[in-house]
Design a protein around this ligand. Structure first.
Ligand code: MN
Length: 241
């Protein structure tokens, strides 16, 4: 029995080497796990399940095959692909999870998150998040023609890039207060998330009890994943050619 966690692949046509790395990961490492968790930002952009591309088709087929042959696949929305909906989940056989999501891993109370909710100093982004996760906003956006959605998504992407360049480094990271608060609220000793692109295993104390926060890396130069079985829990890195 093993669990595998990944996040922030940011799959896009412009980076075929990352798509290749993901497809081969699904053929190898992921197949050895019974459960694969994709903790957000599988895609760089997602403007609705009705938008068809070669990339999305390829990924759908592969995920469906993985599910059919060996591995249950779970996914969470990221800040880039939060418009993934029911149809995509049906087409791929993945189960969509809430953020945060609590589960028990070999007796360890664990919380899974994308990670954006923990960046509480990024006030502008949190405002956008609140607005865009509203069902009414979502419905209105998804009802627009595809070309308009593409234009809006591109504008948002450029805005966010520009804002990110102007923001101080610490604003883009999680705040220790938010980590402590959510781990206390859910009473967990392990938190796994991505989003910040700062892969690391952090040892901490939550209410005087030893705890861990493991941050997944984004897939760019390397493929990052966490492998957890009954013997160990490790953050691993594979080079992307
Ligand atoms: Mn993200």
């Amino acid at each position: 029995m093993a669990y595998c966690f990944i996040s922030d692949l940011h799959l896009q046509e412009e980076k075929p080497e990352v798509t290749e790395a993901f497809l081969s990961f699904l053929d190898s490492t992921a197949r050895e796990a019974q459960h694969l968790y994709i903790l957000g930002d599988l895609f760089e952009v997602w403007i609705g399940d009705d938008f068809k591309s070669e990339l999305s088709h390829l990924i759908k087929e592969k995920l469906l095959l993985l599910k059919a042959t060996s591995t249950s696949v779970f996914a969470m929305h990221g800040n880039r692909d939060f418009l993934i909906g029911e149809r995509f989940c049906e087409d791929t056989g993945i189960t969509l999870l809430d953020d945060p999501y609590k589960l028990d891993l070999f007796g360890k109370a664990t919380l899974l998150m994308h990670g954006d909710l923990l960046c509480t100093k990024d006030v502008d982004y949190q405002e956008f998040r609140n607005m865009s996760r509203n069902p009414q906003w979502r419905k209105e956006f998804l009802n627009k023609p595809i070309e308009e959605r593409e234009r809006m998504a591109e504008a948002l992407r450029l805005d966010s890039k520009e804002a990110t360049n102007l923001k101080k480094d610490e604003i883009m990271d999680v705040t220790p207060e938010a980590v402590e608060e959510i781990m206390t609220l859910h009473n967990v000793e392990l938190l796994i998330h991505g989003h910040t692109h700062r892969p690391k295993v952090h040892s901490l104390e939550i209410n005087e009890i030893p705890a861990q926060r493991i941050v997944l890396g984004d897939w760019d130069k390397s493929a990052w994943y966490i492998w957890m079985d009954n013997k160990s829990c490790e953050l691993k890195e594979l080079p992307i050619a």
